[in-house]
Design a protein around this ligand. Sequence first.
Ligand code: FE2
Length: 278
Amino acid sequence: MTQNPVLIAQISDLHIKPPGRLAYGRVDTAVALERCVAALNEFRPRPDLVVISGDLADTPTVEEYDYLKRLLAPLELPFVSIPGNHDLREMMRAALPQGYASSTGALNQRVEVGGLDLVLLDSSVHGKPHGALDAPTLQWLEATLASSGDRPALLFLHHPPFKAGIWHMDRQNLANAGELAPVIRRHPRVQLIATGHIHRVTLTMFAGVPTTICPAPNHAVDLDLEQLREPSFKVEPPAFHLHCWFPGEGFGSVVTHQVQIGNFDGPHPFFGPDGKLL
Ligand SMILES: [Fe+2]
């Protein structure tokens, strides 16, 4: 008998401003989140969990987190979140109390979903745009991954542990990726590393593991691979990621889909009532 996959939706980089304010004077991130929440609610089959991978607020302020919670209230799915560089740990801990591994410091947590471990890492560094995993986080990660040898695990953190080729973002990725890599290599049950921060889809391998960047519901960092322009963004088609874990031999398999947010023509059938291709 085939088991149903476990479906983890990932949304990232919401950048919620106070009501009525536009991000960079141009992007209505609140409307973008409303559209994203509607798309998540409509998606079938229903995802088991939503992971929000950082930059939930923008400045950040208590008002922004209050507004974020109001915008997320219509979401009909359970969600967990990790901070990005636009968040503030203690403000986020107060606004979104979750099962954090520690009552102080980094907002790390482990969540079990149907035979799958989700390991959520706080890579934020107070007052800085770049990311880093502090020593307690690395120790907690090692112990958490060592707690099981056979359950597959997906890792989530805001900052990509690799250079994407976009010059101004590569200066603010995960600064101590070199300390993360050996931990990953010691634990082959890690099947995916899922990040955010750059607002655009990116795929690579890190420490032998497929590693992704999730698109955003609002704007994307401009794909400038030759330092042709000042740091810029573009309002590109919004999307989220759907990570599907299919149980099976060994650690099973993980497939990541990009789901566009919007109303599109279809779905239309390939075949007519006679069973022939239309
Ligand atoms: Fe970020």
